[in-house]
Write a protein that binds this ligand. Structure first.
Ligand SMILES: [Zn+2]
Length: 161
């Protein structure tokens, strides 16, 4: 850690203390060149990776989108809200645990498919058959909404069950 006063690279930690919440370490440092003191903070960075779509565009990770796509795939299926919560939590833990700054949207789709495969076969097939042809789960959500919406033409091949 460089000294902010003289930019000297050699500094000494004179005191370290963990915050009450246990999530931050505060370090008191002394510059070995100019003898000035300064404080640094160290905290764990847990941030969801940015989602990279197939066309290369980026968007912020959106937990609502993830939950929405699971919920829509599971529409009218015998799967409880707790189970959906569990699936969302596992997917987010995987993403956080990866330490990645960016993640391709396909990879999130794969995680969703893994969860659906375990939860409900019908929902899995629903998601897998539709998802592959879309840019991201947001588009999947819109497509399912259209399929299930009231303006669905009578001749539509995709039926809600
Ligand atoms: Zn200094």
């Amino acid at each position: 850690m460089k000294c902010p006063f003289c930019a000297n690279a050699d500094t000494q930690v004179v005191d370290s203390r963990v915050s009450e919440e246990g999530d931050t370490i505060r370090r008191r440092r002394r510059c070995l060149a100019c003898d000035k003191r300064f404080t640094t903070y160290e905290r764990v960075e847990l941030a969801m990776p940015t989602v990279v779509k197939r066309d290369g565009s980026r968007s912020e990770y959106d937990t609502g989108k993830l939950r929405g796509s699971l919920t829509l795939a599971l529409r009218k299926r015998p799967v409880s809200t707790e189970e959906v919560d569990g699936a969302v939590a596992r997917i987010e833990e995987t993403l956080l645990g990866s330490g990645l700054r960016e993640v391709p949207s396909e990879q999130i789709g794969e995680l969703v498919m893994n969860e659906l495969r375990r939860l409900d076969k019908v929902a899995y097939v629903r998601f897998a058959s539709v998802y592959k042809s879309f840019e991201d789960i947001g588009e999947f959500v819109e497509a399912i909404r259209e399929m299930q919406g009231p303006r669905r033409p009578a001749s539509a091949k995709l039926r809600k069950d």
